[in-house]
Design a protein around this ligand. Structure first.
Ligand code: GLN
Length: 452
């Protein structure tokens, strides 16, 4: 098997399924084939990189030199990056091949991939259902074998939720483990980049290359500071009672989740139910802080520096900004910019933003406390399986509720993984989530392996 054969296989899968599923927004067919030919020659010469032949797709929020990145938005129309995201570059340096750019919710804001300016992504398991979001294209690309690995982003569950909805695996690394350079920002203190794949070993392999200090992102901590924090042989697995018993939890997901806990018991793990007094504070804290950060991050899209500018006649600069932003941002993005601007406004700053920061600290400390006493924190990844298309779009609050189990890891900056947990009674995939203490990805991946 040559790299060219591998690329041809994935291209044929894309050809067969993408027009229906809408997972890839752009496919770099000839470029990927050309790169594969070069790598095949390198193989013969014995100079191929460690990831030679690995065919990856990248979420539309990640920059790739001389290629378009639209962040699923009309506002970045025609934008091309002059550099590659560090995570992408590190894979390219090892001879991975980028096969295309993947659909996502606009700026990563969404849970179903229905907020993309380029249409929804459909679930390959049943195309009447959503893929999950915001990395929906990345999940479906792996689910339908259109690439080997996808690089997604996770601010509040955007890797794990679509992974669960599509029956694949997704890893959200510790905040500060993977450089965010070249990731189009949504909420900078929550944003992370991580891999989606079919096998735990593939996640581990990709993480190994994308992780680590980077001069372009000062929030990436050098690994040595944390590596020996705890042995990775821990056997104590906690689950939060308020989540496992949550009224929104679908009955068959609950059953499957407790079955997995039994399975772990037979493997010698201790299962410990714990209380978490902040379950009701998770979503408000997450949505106050992320919309605040988003309103600030998205102010750069003004029609001057990148992408779309209105073609309508405008009175002055301010009018041009307004028309441009009004034309090119989608509804959900506008909603969040308004919410974020409100919570940051002088009159309400202390009541919302400052308060949410304090609650974030409490959530982080309490969660980390649980992870000092226990080695892992597990839950279902989502309270329901993939919704039907359009099922949640009319009610943003219902949509946000779906993120209940995933946002904790981002609020606390912890690593988390979603692995498949079988199918519900409608044959839709379910996900099992494992969370661990900071920089404990290796232990987390080892536990994931016990369950697949
Ligand atoms: N659904 C969440 C949101 O809309 C998570 C998004 C993400 O992780 N990018 O904010």
């Amino acid at each position: 098997l040559t790299c060219v054969d591998i690329v041809k296989y994935y291209l044929s899968q894309i050809e067969a399924h993408n027009s229906k599923l809408n997972a890839f927004l752009e496919v770099y067919a000839s470029e990927a084939l050309e790169k594969a030919e070069q790598i095949d020659l390198k193989f013969q010469a014995g100079t191929a990189g460690e990831l030679a032949g690995l065919v990856i797709g990248i979420k539309d929020l990640l920059c790739f030199e001389d290629h378009h990145s639209y962040a699923g938005s009309k506002i970045l129309h025609s934008f091309k990056s002059t550099f590659s995201a560090t995570a992408v570059q590190r894979l390219l340096d090892q001879d991975a091949i980028v096969i295309g750019r993947q659909n996502c919710d606009e700026f990563g804001m969404g849970s179903t991939n229905e907020n993309s300016a380029f249409g929804p992504v459909l679930n390959f398991k049943n195309t009447a259902h959503v893929a999950g979001g915001s990395s929906g294209g990345s999940a479906v690309a792996v689910q339908a074998n259109m690439c080997h690995i996808s690089l997604g982003t996770d601010t509040g569950g955007s890797i794990r939720m679509p992974a669960a909805f599509c029956g694949v695996m997704g890893l959200k690394p510790t905040y500060g483990r993977v450089s965010r350079w070249g990731l189009i920002a949504y909420a900078s203190s929550f944003d992370t980049i991580g891999p989606m794949a079919r096998h735990v070993d593939d996640l581990a392999l990709v993480l190994k290359y994308i992780a680590g200090a980077d001069g372009q992102d000062s929030t990436v901590i050098s690994m040595s500071e944390f590596s020996d924090k705890k042995p990775s042989t821990g056997k104590r697995i906690a689950y939060i009672k308020e989540m496992a018993e949550h009224p929104s939890l679908q009955a068959d997901i609950k059953i499957a989740f407790f079955e997995r806990l039994e399975q772990l018991k037979t493997k010698g793990y201790e299962i410990i139910p714990v209380d978490f007094p902040f379950v009701d504070a998770l979503l408000p804290t997450y949505y106050i802080l992320t919309t605040a950060e988003a309103s600030s991050n998205l102010s750069r899209f003004d029609g001057v520096k990148f992408g779309h500018r209105t073609s309508v006649a405008t009175k002055d600069l301010l009018d041009m900004y307004k028309k441009t932003r009004d034309e090119a941002f989608g509804e959900e993005v506008k909603r969040r910019i308004m919410l974020g601007t409100f919570v940051l406004s002088a009159d309400y700053y202390d009541a919302y933003y400052t308060k949410a920061q304090k609650v974030r600290r409490l959530i982080k400390e309490f969660t980390q406390g649980l992870l000092v006493e226990n080695d892992f924190l597990v839950s279902p990844t989502t309270s329901a399986t993939a919704y039907r298309l359009g099922e949640k779009t009319l009610d943003p609050l219902q949509m946000y509720l779906g993120d209940l189990f995933t946002v904790q890891a981002n609020v606390a900056g912890l690593p988390a993984i979603s692995i498949p947990m079988g199918e519900d009674t409608q044959s839709m995939p379910m996900g099992f989530q494992i969370m661990a203490d900071v920089f404990q990805e290796e232990a987390m991946l080892n536990l994931a392996k016990e369950l697949v």
